[in-house]
Design a protein around this ligand. Sequence first.
Ligand code: FES
Length: 118
Amino acid sequence: MNSLITHHLLLCVTPSSSRCCDPSIGKESWLRLKKIISELGLESQRNKSGIILRSKVDCLRICKEGPILLIWPDGIWYKKVTSEKIDKIIDEHIINGNPLEEWILKRTPFSISKKYST
Ligand code: FES
């Protein structure tokens, strides 16, 4: 069974050499992100509106105003993503499709190559 992946969330929470935030703040954000995605069943193959992937990454090459959360394919980079902001980002942006403009650091829209489109 093929399942549609609608979003991939990349959160910079490197524990070893974090330059964009305090590692303890990043860890809290990561734990909240994992929990809310699990609670809402967003990673489940049974999620009819598509699968949401999440990954913890070492550095997204912003290195300020972290934790940084990058959401693909939207190309939206959120800044200062503390655990308190995670639920609202999931609810407003991921579920309802309304990015939170006041928390966006930058946008890098994704361009799908015709080579890979069907
Ligand atoms: S350490 Fe977080 S973006 Fe570089």
